[in-house]
Design a protein around this ligand. Structure first.
Ligand SMILES: Cc1cc2nc3c(=O)[nH]c(=O)nc-3n(C[C@H](O)[C@H](O)[C@H](O)COP(=O)(O)O)c2cc1C
Length: 414
């Protein structure tokens, strides 16, 4: 019986344990978690979502306060077009987070950064360019292009001296999206180094519509593996979404994928950025406590725990402090939803908004509990004490369980 450890992900001469921990914004996949994956010979991700606020929390900078001071005058204005990011600040926050993480890296593995195109930041191209370019300058091993088609992202990096040496990958949820990406980037003469195929059971935003349940990871992976073979494109495929045990991973590796990307199991690790009481909520969840809904202003369906405190919360839009989801016209669908409720309830001190959520503020404060479909199985991966608390696991324990387990078993902590 094979184990994940019988396989290796190959990047040229380099051999990597084929376990990649996926990016989880906002600082849920911390530097500490990513560094553990690298130390153990796999790949970990930090996330570049909302790095100025992450930097304030981790490195005592003042990016959010400075931005709020600059745009305070606009707080009651529904039009956020003027609320622009300072590109220098984005660069500095990215440089700090990436360089501090890379300096601490030990072991044979790698640390990548997850870069979401849907963080349009009121100037999509300019901000994305700075985020990706600075990550490369600060020494990141790889960039995973996520949450979007990224048709122009390679072009935004093309002039960087590391463009051909840093590992670049893209997350897709269909063969069509991959074909589109390859076609648009054909003139670049630079293929992606890996392709993450993410199915409908993943956490975070989904690359499907609300009909996500009709899709199946294995079918999409097989289509893409076949396509790459036919086209004689030798690009490692990495399967993601609902791979819960080492045996699940082996079943994909045996079908020709080069590695798996996993996340949900690590949400209850010590190194994960979620607060401990939120980790207990993840452990406690049953299947009926998890839903895919349309509350994210990005327009993509998102999976989360139904009891996330951010659902229904009608807080004032926090764009002057954050504003990561403002499109190129300074618009976000939460602002419209919030103003609609305020207009409907002119007397109310506080309104409730259920159709959209202020995702920046609530992800920043860990109040939207996004999670993978199999979160309800996390309780089976640990022990519970007499007071009813589930034992938080080390990332090493979970990583090794993926790497060495067989027979669909999950090793409990010692
Ligand atoms: C809490 C959480 C947050 C996530 N955030 C992001 C994100 O910011 N960007 C992204 O591309 N994927 C995100 N994902 C998706 C993961 O990186 C990963 O591809 C997927 O969840 C793997 O499936 P699994 O959770 O069933 O193992 C997130 C997943 C979870 C569980």
């Amino acid at each position: 019986m094979k184990r994940v450890d019988d396989f290796r992900l190959r990047f040229g001469e380099r051999e990597i344990v084929p376990i990649m921990i996926g990016g989880m914004g906002v600082d849920i996949s911390t530097a500490e978690l990513a560094l553990e994956a690298a130390r153990l010979g796999g790949i970990g991700h930090i996330s570049d979502a909302m790095l100025p606020t992450v930097s304030d929390r981790r490195y005592e900078t003042d990016f959010v306060k400075t931005k709020l001071q600059q745009y305070k005058y606009n707080i009651d204005n529904a039009d956020k077009a003027e609320v622009k990011f300072d590109l220098g600040h984005i660069a500095e926050a990215t440089r700090l987070h990436v360089s501090k993480t890379m300096e601490a890296k030990r072991g044979e593995g790698m640390v990548f950064i997850n870069c979401m195109e849907k963080l349009t930041m009121n100037a999509p191209k300019e901000t994305l360019r700075v985020r990706m370019q600075e990550a490369m300058s600060a020494g990141i091993d790889g960039i995973t292009l996520a949450a979007g088609l990224h048709l122009g992202s390679f072009a935004l990096m093309e002039d960087h001296p590391r463009f051909r040496d840093v590992k670049l990958g893209i997350i897709v949820s269909s063969l069509r999206a991959l074909q589109l990406f390859l076609r648009k980037n054909a003139r670049m003469n630079r293929l992606p180094d890996y392709i993450v195929v993410e199915g409908p059971l993943a956490g975070g935003h989904l690359g499907f519509g609300m009909d996500w349940a009709q899709y199946d990871l294995r079918t999409i992976v097989n289509e893409i593996v076949q396509y790459l073979r036919t086209e004689q494109l030798n690009i490692p495929v990495i399967a993601a979404g609902g791979i819960f045990t080492g045996s699940d991973a082996v079943s994909f590796l045996e079908e020709g994928v080069a590695a798996v990307q996993v996340a949900t199991r690590f949400t209850v690790s010590q190194e994960c950025g979620l607060p401990d009481d939120v980790k207990q909520e993840y452990f406690k969840a049953s299947e009926s406590d998890i839903e895919v809904n349309g509350t994210s202003p990005t327009g993509y369906p998102m999976r989360m725990l139904k009891n996330s405190p951010g659902i229904g919360s009608g807080i004032r839009p926090g764009c002057e402090s954050y504003g990561y989801l403002l499109d190129s016209d300074g618009k976000c669908s939460y602002i419209d939803a919030y103003n609609r409720e305020v207009a409907l309830h002119p007397e109310a001190k506080k309104v409730q908004v259920f159709d959209k959520t202020c995702l920046c503020t609530h992800m920043r404060n860990f109040k939207i509990w996004t999670c993978g479909h199999y979160t309800y199985r996390l309780k089976d991966t640990t022990t519970r004490d007499a007071a009813g608390h589930y034992q938080i696991l080390t990332a090493e324990h979970i990583f090794h369980d993926y790497q060495f387990s067989t027979d669909n078993r999950v090793a409990l902590p010692g």
